[in-house]
Write a protein of this length. Structure first.
Lengths: 312, 282
């Protein structure tokens, strides 16, 4: 089966967007071939702006361009673009509501061999906390194309989390991306997994395995982390015994936290489920292959299965 | 370029200072030092150099001004009011709850503000973005900025200075308000920044040093941003922090401070005398 990373789909989708719209640009800090931001040059070399290794300058420059109506997709590894340039994103993108698209590439531990310095496990936390900032995290290539097409007309700032982790197509064609909405991919009655990003591949495999072992599982994908689909979370909390969030991110501040925030405001009488969060347990990654790192942090198929069995 | 005499420009500067004082009033903390030191620069830009007026201030082709050292934005507010874009009366609500005049520049709240600044060091990058977009749109406007001397301690300024030169954005011009004091003391004591003209020249700019209170010198320096300049222009303007009010000059203590009523009255008298002196020379 053909596989693809969301960063590859991103490069293609932005290039196609640039073909359609003259005001689409990409920027990068000496990682343009890795983030695929460079692919836009196939349409128009002038609409790729190399900023050198200077994330802060890149964000503020993109904001200036946005003030004249340009739609700039700024790129770097998720760890650098959200961490190194956080103040620029806060002051010149989120606060003034500039239409800048912050694209965090090679997010999560599946960044792999470069190690902890390059693996972003706090980017969702940083971006979710910013007022006005939309946060999206597509799961597969087709969903990434949908997200990019949607992003062009979205009026405010947006963080787009991208990955180098290749997966087959995970989401059936009839399940289209709707901003702010979760997607039901499978229904069950005991455990429901809430997943974001390409880790969905392992979640779907785990659900299938558990089902075969007699544990009925649902799977929901959350391509939008802000605004959260509160209705979906409330509904699931009332129907299932266990809600298990799965993310390639720290359990602090990402999908698990977003779901916990919704739980905290719910009527206890309507909550049947116990909430459990799977992700990095307040720690950093290290050098290794993506599969090895996922296994270490319990995010491979077996890890998700074993954790779930320990619950039920 | 506008057709005001040097005397007219000097009078404008004196009036700006009086408006600033009256808007700041007494008993409230304001950024006196940096707002007063950049008055001649703002005067030369809005009343001499820039293609900017009540008629065209929203036109895509207008020149743009960014107060990169955002805490000095009151000087820009005053000039926008003098141009008729805002009212001086409403400007008295500055920094109050619900006011459109925020403590630092807010592009959403204040018409005429071109860039979100306030966190120091970010204005030049933003200006480069405006210039890059304008170039692709076939617009030939200029972008001017005032940076604080303390602000030059921010590394992003130098990242942006490289970008301006690398992309050949010769329509971007910066003025450095070299008033020698920052929030906690003298710039040279806290973290030295010289030699400034050498630094900008080395970064691919053409830099010169002028007396930042001499309007004739400022206008002459700005004349060099004429579309034919080979490099982006950096004007390092030597100024006096708190210029125009004798007892707040050359000290960091009034960087962000409030005047007593007695100090206010003394300051008002000095500024009125300056205007009277100029009017005598008309």
């Amino acid at each position: 089966m053909a596989t693809e990373a969301t960063r590859d789909a991103f490069g293609r989708a932005v290039m196609e967007l640039a073909r359609k719209y003259k005001d689409v640009y990409t920027m990068d800090c000496d990682l343009g071939r890795s983030t695929r931001a460079y692919q836009i040059t196939e349409v128009d070399p002038k609409r790729f702006l190399e900023m050198g290794i200077s994330e802060q300058d890149m964000i503020s420059t993109a904001s200036g361009m946005a003030s004249l109506g340009k739609v700039v997709y700024v790129n770097s590894f998720a760890v650098f673009i959200t961490g190194r340039a956080y103040d620029q994103i806060r002051q010149q993108v989120s606060l003034p509501e500039m239409k800048v698209r912050i694209c965090g590439s090679s997010a999560g531990i599946t960044q792999g061999t470069d190690g902890a310095t390059h693996q972003s496990v706090t980017d969702l936390n940083l971006m979710r906390g910013l007022p006005n900032m939309a946060v999206v995290s597509p799961a597969d290539g087709r969903q990434t194309e949908e997200v990019i097409n949607f992003s062009y007309n979205y009026p405010g700032p947006m963080y787009i989390r991208l990955s180098r982790f290749s997966t087959p197509s995970l989401i059936p064609e009839d399940k289209t991306f709707q901003f702010g909405k979760a997607q039901s991919l499978k229904e069950g009655d005991r455990v429901v997994f809430l997943s974001t990003g390409p880790i969905l591949m392992n979640v779907l495999k785990a659900a299938e395995k558990l089902e075969a072992e007699g544990i009925s599982c649902g799977v929901y994908n959350f391509p939008t982390l802000k605004p959260m689909d509160e209705g979906a979370v409330s509904d699931l909390a009332g129907r299932y015994d266990f809600l298990v969030t799965v993310e390639e991110h720290s359990i602090i501040g990402g999908l698990g936290s977003a779901v916990a925030e919704i739980f905290s405001g719910m009527d206890r009488k309507k909550v049947k489920a116990r909430l459990c969060r799977l992700g990095l347990k307040d720690c950093y990654g290290e050098s290794g292959l993506a599969e090895e790192l996922l296994e270490k942090h319990g995010l491979d198929t077996d890890g998700i299965c074993n954790y779930t069995k320990s619950l039920v | 370029m506008k057709n005001l005499s040097l005397w007219n420009l000097e009078l404008k500067a004196a009036e700006i200072r009086l408006h600033l004082l009256r808007i700041f009033s007494y008993g409230k903390p304001h950024h006196f030092g940096g707002s007063f030191s950049c008055v001649e620069m703002v005067t030369a830009l809005y009343f001499y150099k820039m293609n900017y007026s009540l008629e065209n201030w929203q036109a895509p082709g207008r020149d743009r001004f960014i107060m990169s050292k955002g805490h000095s934005v009151p000087t820009q507010y005053v000039v926008l009011a003098m141009l008729g874009i805002h009212s001086l009366e409403e400007l008295k609500t500055i920094k109050q709850m619900g006011s459109i005049f925020q403590g630092h520049p807010d592009v959403r709240k204040t018409p005429g503000i071109e860039a979100p600044t306030g966190s120091l060091g970010q204005g030049l990058s933003f200006a480069n973005g405006i210039a890059l977009a304008g170039r692709d749109d076939g617009l030939d406007f200029k972008v001017f900025l005032i940076l604080g001397d303390g602000e030059l301690q921010e590394g992003q300024v130098w990242e942006a200075a490289m970008t301006t030169a690398h992309y050949g954005l010769k329509n971007v011009c910066i003025l450095v308000d070299r008033n020698r004091y920052q929030s906690q003391g003298a710039v040279d004591d806290l973290m030295g920044i010289e030699p400034l003209t050498d630094k900008f020249n080395a970064f691919g700019w053409q830099a010169e040093r002028v007396d930042g209170h001499n309007l004739q010198a400022l206008c002459a320096a700005l004349d060099k941003v004429d579309g034919k300049n080979d490099k982006p222009v950096a004007i390092v303007a030597d100024t006096v922090k708190g210029k125009g009010i004798s007892f707040i000059e050359n000290t960091y203590k009034y960087h962000n401070f409030n005047l007593s009523r007695e100090e206010y009255e003394r300051a008002e008298k000095e500024l009125l005398e300056r205007i009277k002196d100029l009017e005598k020379r008309s």
